[in-house]
Design a protein around this ligand. Structure first.
Ligand code: HGY
Ligand code: MN
Ligand code: MN
Length: 419
C-alpha cells in the first residue's frame, strides 16, 4: 500500500480512549462518562501506568524525566535525526472528559501503531509524549510539565509547588505515584517538530460544520489568586456598619470581573473558578476568602489593560470594606503563534484527505504552546459537541476523532520522511 493511502484504525483509538476513560471514571445522571484524574493523584498514576504499558507493547523506548514527563520513541532509520514528536496530557480537571489531552496522546500511539503495522520505517524517530500537570488545576501553573521540559521553569522550583486542594508538595506526589524519573530536565535536545491533536473545547468547528481546525496559536493566559482578609464575627449580633466582610469583596470581584469581560468584548474572557470561604459556616461573617481570577485574550496589550483594571477593582472593593488583600500570580503566559509552515502542513493535509478545515486560535492553553519555544509546532483541532469541555459531558464524534488522527498521521509522515 502506498503510504498516502494509510489510515488509522478509529475503533482501536476508541478502545484506548475508553480504557483510559475507565480510570478515574465519573458517571453523570444522563449517561455522561467523564474523567477525574487530577495531576499526580493515584488515578493519574494508574492512567500513566496504562499508557506506559501501551508504549512498551508497541516497542517504544520509554523515558521518564525528573518532573514526570513520559516520552516513548520508535526508532527511525537515521540515528542522528531528532524525533518528530506527538503528544499532550492525560491529567484531567475534576469534571473532565475522555478527550481533553487524552486524544493527543492516544492519537499519537495510534499513529505509531498504524506505521508499525504497515511495516513503514521513517527517517526521523517518532515520539509520543505525555506531559505532567497540563491542567494546572491542582498544581499551578498549567502546562507545568512541558514548561519544565522546554526550560521555562526550573525543575527544583516545580517540585516544591504546593497543591491547591490539599497542600501536598508536587515532588512528594510525583514520587508517591512512582514517576519521579531519572531523565534530566530540561530536555537535552529539541524534537525535530511537534504536533498536538486536541479537541477544540469550544463551539466554533461544530457551529460551522467544519471537521479540522488548523490552529494558529494560543491566546494569552493570566491566573491570579487573591486572599481577602476581614474579621470573622457573629452573623446575628454584628451590626452591618461594624463589619469587614471579605465575602462582600469576593462577590464584587466576581461580578466585576464578569462585567470587565463584557466591557472589553471580542476575545476577552474572564472566570472566577475557585472561591473558598473561611470558616464557611452559616452563622459566621467570614474571616477570609480566597479566589482565583483567570483572564485571557489573544491580544497581549489588551490583556495587560484588563489585568490592571482587575487590580483596581480588587483594591477599591477591599479598601471600601476595610479588608486586606494578598495576591499571588499562578500563571502568566503571553499569546503564542505556531510555526507557519507547520500550520500550512496541517491545513494541506486535511484538504488532501478531503476534510473541511479552517484556521483558528486556541482559547485553551496547551503543551504545544511550550514546545513552540523549542521547535516548529502546530495543533490539529477536532470538534467538541455543544462546544463543551471541562465538563463530564465532553464528547467528540468517533468519525471526527478518526479524521483528526489521520491528519496527525500524514502530517507526521510528511515531516518524518518515509524510508
Ligand atoms: O486552562 C487551560 O486552558 C488548560 O485546560 N490547562
Ligand atoms: Mn488539554
Ligand atoms: Mn483542559
Amino acid at each position: 500500500m502506498k503510504h498516502a493511502d494509510l489510515r488509522v484504525d478509529g475503533a482501536r483509538l476508541w478502545r484506548r480512549l475508553e480504557a483510559l476513560g475507565e480510570i478515574g471514571a465519573v458517571h453523570g445522571p444522563n449517561g455522561e462518562r467523564g474523567n477525574a484524574r487530577l495531576a499526580l493523584t493515584t488515578e493519574d498514576g494508574l492512567g500513566r501506568d496504562l499508557v506506559v504499558g501501551w508504549m512498551h507493547d508497541l516497542g517504544l523506548a520509554v523515558s521518564i524525566d525528573a518532573i514526570g514527563n513520559v516520552v516513548g520513541v520508535l526508532a527511525g532509520t537515521d540515528p542522528d535525526a531528532a524525533p518528530v514528536m506527538m503528544g499532550s496530557h492525560i491529567d484531567t480537571v475534576r469534571t473532565g472528559g475522555w478527550f481533553d489531552g487524552n486524544l493527543g496522546v492516544l492519537g499519537g500511539l495510534e499513529v505509531v501503531e498504524t506505521v508499525v503495522r504497515a511495516g513503514i520505517r521513517t527517517r526521523h524517530p517518532l515520539a509520543v509524549a505525555f506531559f505532567t500537570d497540563e491542567e494546572g488545576a491542582r498544581f499551578a501553573p498549567d502546562m507545568l510539565g512541558s514548561l519544565v521540559y522546554v526550560g521555562g521553569l526550573a525543575v527544583e522550583d516545580a517540585l516544591d509547588i504546593r497543591a491547591a486542594d490539599d497542600g501536598a508538595r508536587l515532588g512528594d506526589e510525583l514520587a508517591r505515584i512512582g514517576y519521579a524519573g531519572s531523565t534530566p530536565c530540561p530536555a537535552a535536545a529539541a524534537p525535530h517538530c511537534y504536533f498536538e491533536l486536541h479537541i477544540e473545547q469550544g463551539p466554533v468547528l461544530e457551529d460551522e460544520g467544519i471537521t479540522i481546525g488548523a490552529v494558529t496559536g494560543v491566546q494569552g493566559i493570566s491566573w491570579t489568586e487573591y486572599t481577602f482578609t476581614g474579621q470573622s464575627a457573629h452573623a446575628g449580633t454584628t451590626p452591618m456598619r461594624l463589619r469587614r466582610d471579605p465575602g462582600l469583596v469576593a462577590a464584587q470581584v466576581i461580578a466585576g470581573v464578569r462585567a470587565l469581560a463584557g466591557e472589553f468584548g471580542g476575545a476577552q474572557v474572564a472566570t472566577v473558578g475557585r472561591c473558598e470561604f473561611t470558616p464557611n459556616l452559616v452563622n459566621v461573617v467570614p474571616s477570609q476568602v480566597t479566589l482565583t481570577v483567570d483572564v485571557r485574550n489573544t491580544d497581549e496589550a489588551v490583556l495587560q489593560v484588563v489585568e490592571q483594571r482587575v487590580t483596581e477593582l480588587v483594591d477599591a472593593a477591599a479598601t471600601a470594606e476595610g479588608v486586606t488583600v494578598e495576591r499571588r500570580t499562578l500563571a502568566r503566559f503571553e499569546p503564542v503563534e505556531f510555526d507557519p509552515a507547520s500550520i500550512d502542513l496541517v491545513e494541506a493535509t486535511a484538504q488532501q484527505l478531503g476534510l473541511s478545515t479552517r484556521r483558528m486560535p486556541s482559547g485553551a492553553g496547551h503543551d504545544a504552546q511550550m514546545l513552540a519555544r523549542i521547535c516548529p509546532t502546530a495543533m490539529v483541532f477536532v470538534p467538541s459537541v455543544n462546544g463543551l469541555s471541562h465538563n463530564i459531558a465532553e464528547y467528540t464524534h468517533p468519525a471526527d476523532l478518526t479524521a483528526g488522527a489521520n491528519v496527525l498521521l500524514h502530517a507526521v509522515l510528511a515531516r518524518a520522511g518515509v524510508a
